[in-house]
Design a protein around this ligand. Sequence first.
Ligand SMILES: Cc1cc2nc3c(=O)[nH]c(=O)nc-3n(C[C@H](O)[C@H](O)[C@H](O)COP(=O)(O)OP(=O)(O)OC[C@H]3O[C@@H](n4cnc5c(N)ncnc54)[C@H](O)[C@@H]3O)c2cc1C
Length: 363
Amino acid sequence: MQFNERGYSNPVIDTDKCIGCTKCAKICPVINTKYENSPEPECYAVMASDEIRTNSSSGGMFTLAAENILDKGGYVCGAAYTDNFKVEHIIISDKSELQRMRGSKYTQSLLGNIFKDIKSLLDDGKTVLFSGCPCQVAGLQSFLGKNYDDLYTLDLVCHGAPPQTVLYKYLDEYYGRDNLADFRFRTKEFGYNSFHQTAYLKNGEKVSGNICFDPYEKAMHSGLTLMDVCADCMFASAPRQGDISIGDFWGISNYDQALNDNLGTSVVLINNQKGKQLFDEISQNTKLVSEVPFSFACANNRFGRKMDIPVRGRRWFYEMIKGNSFEKSVYYSVNRHFDIGIIGLWYGRNYAVWLLILRCIRC
Ligand SMILES: Cc1cc2nc3c(=O)[nH]c(=O)nc-3n(C[C@H](O)[C@H](O)[C@H](O)COP(=O)(O)OP(=O)(O)OC[C@H]3O[C@@H](n4cnc5c(N)ncnc54)[C@H](O)[C@@H]3O)c2cc1C
């Protein structure tokens, strides 16, 4: 895997070493996508205990599943901050480490050699829960090449993940990564519906901001920092890749107000029998479980393959961040704003050089 010029981690073939066996193409989940789960999964609104939800991005479904596996002596693999806000998949076997995995980190998590480590655990007869974006779940299953009874997979409903270089630039400019103790994208001090994120500084200060005004979130949600493969995701719609899929149950108040208490509600899809068995165990310790039609969840979230990406704006953004501040790069790219405008004098004689160059007064 190598980072491309925009900072995405991509597979690259070393042509000097390649022997042309095509094994990489055979296991590539994008070239050979498998759809083995239900096209019409059972769908639930889930709330974990208030304590779990306070520290989770949505309704805490991930923690419920992870605790179930850890209680049985199993292992959990998920995304955590490691060195200097790098986001990587790690494996844990102790509940005390679960907090590191909790919370969405809106960037591409690096997998390193984690699939090999998971295979070793499974071959050793251990139980493993893998949680990640649907493409990562598909990648793991392809890599393993067979079904393991002791492997459980959770995939996240996913809008797409920006590269880590973009996250670093943002954190460095706004806080300085060296000054940061933690950074959490979805914090609930003002409730689930308030859309806040919080930077915890080493000096004890806490800086909280609304994501609607935050340039990193704006860039991600408008598609400026997403990859082409995220805009045309083979794994977003049902049948999904994981045994269970989890996300935010956006719009749930419109279905039933009682399913949104402003602390977080997970949408949970049960994609196969193994998912059902795990979910049945989990539901016993859950504050709220309520079945909702899958069609309702689809109408309010990303369960479709295609997503619009502002291709020109994105190109402009990646050019601009090479020499401008993060905020300016996002503002100019989202709003199609320029320092200089060139217009033709349509009513004058066309000498080709009759151009008027204006400095935009808003910049
Ligand atoms: C990049 C990204 C985009 C998302 N887009 C949407 C969306 O459009 N709609 C929606 O409903 N939900 C989306 N989610 C999922 C949502 O934000 C919550 O992560 C999910 O609902 C689980 O929340 P929770 O309360 O169960 O548990 P939490 O404790 O909040 O969940 C944490 C889980 O997310 C995993 N995780 C965190 N960061 C990453 C990462 N960078 N890559 C892979 N796995 C990660 C952890 O391993 C852990 O399993 C997205 C998540 C990510 C990471």
